[in-house]
Ligand binder design. Sequence first.
Ligand SMILES: C[S@@+](CC[C@H](N)C(=O)[O-])C[C@H]1O[C@@H](n2cnc3c(N)ncnc32)[C@H](O)[C@@H]1O
Length: 397
Amino acid sequence: MTPAARYASAIDILDQIFDGASAEKTLTNWARKNRFAGSKDRAALRDIVFDCLRCKRSYQYHAGQSGGRGAVLGHVLGNGLKPNDIFSGEGYAPTTLSDAETRAIQTNDSDDIATIYDVPDWVLPMLQESLGNGLIDNLKAIQSRAPIDLRVNMAKTNIKQAQAMLARDDLSTELVDGVKTALRLSKQTRKIPQTDAYKDGQIELQDAGSQQVVLDLPLQDAKTVLDYCAGGGGKSLAMAALAPDASIDAYDKHNDRLGDLSTRAMRAGVDVNILSQDPVLEYKKYDIVVLDVPCSGTGAWRRNPDGKWKLTLDDLDAVTQTQSEILQNAPSLVTNGGRIAYITCSLLNVENTAQVSAFLAKNTRFALEFERKYHLTGAGDGFYLAILKNESILDEI
Ligand SMILES: C[S@@+](CC[C@H](N)C(=O)[O-])C[C@H]1O[C@@H](n2cnc3c(N)ncnc32)[C@H](O)[C@@H]1O
């Protein structure tokens, strides 16, 4: 495909996404219907589409028009290309720009922060309140592509050996400051699942921020751990590798999400017990109950930029309601002296500090032992962690 043909396909794909379709599904459907496109074309197209989603608002502002065409024209301008070289109307290229379209192109930047840094108006005040002086740097990070990070499985190898093994597959990696389990790929690649290190369970794909959260968990004191919102099981596997003597149970209300966790655990050489029944119903108790709750995903917006534009205030209300319900259920799962680890990949106080304050007000036998906000200016994506300790000595009657 020529660069212009890729841009033309990006316009179609973006229009479908802006109409409500999922970004991943639309790209997959496009690849299915356009089998002539090779892996390089698919990768380049995906990059254009995701760049346009991350910077939709500023691109459309510079283009002076909306829709997929506006976002793509903004991408062309932002990358220093000549619009008429791409919008040439030749072959599979996008149609030529009309005079009105050419006149609408903005040469000056907007003076509106939400436009410059690509966020919906309604979220900006909440981000401002939560991030304070870190607002602009975090927003800039959300506009950029996320690095590809690997978690080295300490149950099987160490950083140096994993790095050497990846080098044999021509992949160069670097260490990530402050995250002793992480390696960052020097160049973007999609071939991780084909590497020997991956096939042998020595590495997993996992954002360094997510790894840092797990490293901050007080696992050294725990004999029993419950990952109550285990999802794909990324954190269960990371915990099992770091705490081989602890028994790790994984549960998710949506059971199907745990689908390939046992295969991944086997590949990693670690034990994770998958629960099919909610442990709340079985009166089980754990030293650590990890609540990696559903959230707005604001901390991971650079990986899921579509979510940035699709999130609504109603969604946020619904997700905060779910978070407080999950938190309210958790105390019955915790041993005396045990802990709840409340985690979100959100940057918003309403999902983080506010939830924890509300929980502590209602559950006076718990105390806040540790709290950390992980920003996108740090090791990886944005996260929040609060460790809530059950200070009771006797069981409640
Ligand atoms: C942020 S994701 C978990 C990601 C996962 N821990 C990981 O590291 O890959 C949140 C998970 O919570 C689950 N969930 C939603 N409501 C729940 C509930 N009421 N109880 C337990 N899990 C729930 C969702 O199915 C989803 O898989």
